[in-house]
Design a protein around this ligand. Structure first.
Ligand SMILES: Nc1nc2c(ncn2[C@@H]2O[C@H](COP(=O)(O)OP(=O)(O)OP(=O)(O)O)[C@@H](O)[C@H]2O)c(=O)[nH]1
Ligand SMILES: [Mg+2]
Length: 299
């Protein structure tokens, strides 16, 4: 810590069960889309830092994978461990739940917070879906009784309601120290990694049931040409018959995934993109330590 530093700066872990809106909230708070979002659980598989720097503070958010009960595969176990590891050494924790809905997996998240020493804030997200606001007022005391939360913020990450209040409360508990990241950094992840996540986000959209969970994306080549960026990416599946599902009838599914992903990549990179997708099989990759490591998922 610098002795005379007047800026506040620190780490904030965002935790919760799958699909409650952790990535949506982080992207909203930092004003950039660095984390993938989908209407399916277990979208996030890595801890991803998103950085917000203002004149007198820097908040380094850590978006984590959803903590969940089913730990069938090595992949599932690894992403649960990843989320819990994010609680180490942070200055504040934001636990997210869905407003009006407390389920078993939320209690599981609370168990993981048992040894946390820093302030824990509770976010009751998706309040835009709650029709009768007075019901929310009756529900909040029940939730507050479960854990000594520092404060509770009912909010909507998609609409951005009440998020400024959350930010202000977080800044207050940050230590006084100099910046951790450069002022214009928005994430600790590489451009390549985020591009892989943007492609995977489209797999979550176009593939159904269990399929998205059996896929992973690896950026094989990433070349900045004068007029465009050329990206070759591999979609890994874990069984031979899944290859056909990803490709689809006459290649239709893969074509849709590719064109939506290209639009997202062009918006992110702010230039034209030529995207080529390849589908390859690695038998049971979700249980292969070597493969998880090569995808950067193993910790
Ligand atoms: N109505 C509404 N939907 C929201 C809100 N915040 C997030 N969502 C939706 O909830 C779904 C899950 O959002 P994510 O941000 O991917 O959730 P997550 O907690 O990061 O999920 P995992 O990474 O799978 O653990 C998406 O469809 C979001 O659009 C909100 O405030 N209101
Ligand atoms: Mg997420």
């Amino acid at each position: 810590m610098t002795e005379h530093s007047t800026t506040r700066c620190g780490y904030v872990a965002i935790v919760g069960r799958p699909n409650v809106g952790k990535s949506t909230l982080m992207n909203h708070l930092i004003g950039f889309k660095v984390s993938a979002i989908a209407n399916k659980p277990q979208t996030t598989r890595h801890n991803i830092r998103g950085i917000l720097t203002e004149q007198d503070y820097q908040l380094v958010f850590v978006d984590t994978p959803g903590i969940h009960r089913t730990s069938k595969s090595l992949l599932n176990k690894t992403i649960n461990m990843e989320a819990v590891a994010a609680l180490e050494g942070v200055d504040a924790v934001v636990m997210i739940v869905e407003a009006m809905k407390w389920v078993d997996e939320d209690s599981l998240v609370l168990q993981r917070l048992a040894h946390v020493k820093c302030p824990v804030f509770l976010v009751a997200n998706k309040v835009d879906r709650v029709e009768k606001k007075e019901k929310l007022l009756n529900w909040l005391p029940d939730v507050l009784a479960k854990y000594p939360f520092r404060e509770i913020f009912p909010l909507s990450a998609t609409k951005g309601t009440n998020t400024e209040q959350l930010k202000a409360a977080l800044v207050k508990v940050m230590p006084q120290q100099d910046w951790i990241y450069a002022e214009d950094d928005v994430t600790d992840q590489s451009t390549r990694f985020i591009c892989g996540e943007l492609i995977r986000e489209q797999l979550m959209v176009y593939l159904h049931q269990e399929m998205p969970y059996s896929t992973a994306v690896e950026i094989e080549t990433f070349e900045e040409k004068p007029r465009l960026t050329e990206i070759n990416a591999v979609i890994w599946v874990s069984r031979d018959n899944q290859k056909g599902i990803v490709i689809g009838n006459k290649g239709e599914t893969l074509k849709r995934i590719g064109s939506s992903a290209r639009i997202a990549l062009e918006a992110f990179l702010e230039r034209k993109v030529m995207l080529k997708l390849w589908v390859r099989v690695e038998e049971n990759w979700e249980n292969s330590p070597r493969h998880l490591q090569s995808l950067g998922i193993s910790n």
